[in-house]
Design a protein around this ligand. Sequence first.
Ligand code: ADP
Length: 642
Amino acid sequence: MSKTAQVEKHAFQTEVQQLLQLMVHSLYSHKEIFLRELISNSSDACDKLRFESLTDSSLQEDQEEPVITVSVDKKARTIIVSDNGIGMSRDEVVENIGTIARSGTRHFIDQMQGEQQDDANLIGQFGVGFYSVFMVSEHVTLTSRRAGAASDQGVQWESDGSGEYTLESSDLAQHGTTITLRLREDESEYLDDFRLRSIISKYSDHISIPIQMLKATEEEKDETPEWETINKGSALWARSKQEITEEEYNSFYTSIGYDPEPPFATIHNRVEGTLEYISLFFIPSRAPFDLWDRDHPHGVKLYVRRVFIADDTKHLLPSYLRFVKGVVDSADLPLNVSREFLQQNREIDKIRSGSVKKILGELKRIAEDDQEKYAKFWAEFGKVLKEGVIEDHDNRDSLAGLLRFSTTRSGSEQSVSLADYVGRMAENQKAIYFLTAESHEAAAASPHLEVFNKQNIEVLLLGDPVDEWLITHLTEYEEKSLKSIAKGAFDLNDIQEKEDKGEKKARKAQEKAFKSLLEKVKEILKEQVKDVALSRRLTDSPACLIADENDLGGNLQRILQATGQTAPESKPILELNPDHPLVSALESDLAELEDWAFVLYDQAALAEGATLTQPARYVQRINRLLSGNTGEVAKSGDESGD
Ligand code: ADP
């Protein structure tokens, strides 16, 4: 082909030599990405030609449909990747392919010489993608002609990946670049047509320029070859919203989400400015079966300028949005950024925080516009969203607004927002009250609710285990603090009109009258409780247990124990209802006081959802009180019923 068959020999720069050493000898996993790198370079070259011909009229005659072809010559053991893009002049080849060690090379070598780095997936973030061909090739030929140049200004570059490459002139009819890889003996898998097609589909499906291969059946024949486009090329997300139909969105969702049901919500957004990216997110209609697997794959794929970079990228969205599927396509990131790189990349961080805001914003909109629809979302993903309140400090307020609870007014359905609750708080009510328990039912039946029900004060009933952590992070909503009704001292004045003088006097008198009884009971139960006090929150039950303000609540202690974690030792406070006949009839010199103290304590524990550590002791004491001692106390107990 070459008229002036003058072959020049060039030595690779030292760093490039090191790099090639690595490519040939050290990288074992994901070698297939060499094809992605070549296709991505070709795609860039086509984009560049289109772009440059906008301003350079001499290139316009060269404009034809851009195309990338991939073909295989099994006899010669070669793969040929060809494009009709911008191409390279001789100088450009020298500069781009082989002699100049760009800054990326050094970083790449350092990375690769660190531990465990046999992963070719790291290539490309360093701008060394082309060299990846030497992972699989023993010889590479690159021919290229710059668009706009004459046909005899083409160039041919060749190398076997050791220290040198050769350059010679070449007559090329077409502008663009062709790369011919002669595969190493042990890399025959890449001669397989099917294998190449699947690599293209996997990594380059959304490249907008057609990637063509010869139709399999035509390959062997001598007829005019028929080309077939492998990539779908429909980077749906890159099109403008107005042009995309719901069907198109849905079928795209199906293809990336493996979910036949249409998505619950589609969130498509283009960000322009200092940071440019497109995001297309889908919220599924149903929670996947593996939502609670620790290793649940994240469903957002990362692209850089339509080139697929990585899926299962945990850095693009926080874990509590792991159910979201979709695509982020960045215009700014380098191609093939590694996972390590993603972790500490400022652009990724910005994309992430922008994306979270978009998704939460859309959920808010749905919650406001269509409560019924939002309720469906909440039923599927509410629990996961609660993790967000715990993990994502920056978005805590918007997440708090998305929470839904069951309350003493709503029944078991979680349908009350904090805004609803605050909107109907009683005039004198100071805090947002909640009660955690093993389940909604357990909470709804708790004696702690008695005075709140009587005073018609709504209480959030939290029955999910995660709620315990939720409320340690969500201490406030719209300047109203959240307060457990089973913890700390309780002041009736916080929920009703201030007591008058007479009421106050009566209360003081009652406290005085019970003083010695309380001390006695405290002495009896000193192993079990921290304190014994008169209760202002009970109306029907004789007793309940309360956690001290800064101690762990009973429910949380039980959760921790059930999951095998050691909970810090803390004893509850026993509160007695002075107006209950069982309690009002107790005397501090009563012979059975010990039995009564234990029975009241055990009952309070049972009512809270605890299991008794010594059920036999409880039964014995009850039986003793019922049979032998039929004094005043037992009678009152009978009257009070159950
Ligand atoms: P990167 O693509 O990250 O810059 P590469 O090592 O893959 O790194 O490629 C180096 C350079 O060689 C490219 O930036 C581009 O200028 C040039 N190049 C590679 N392949 C082609 C091609 N098919 N057509 C035109 N130029 C190319």
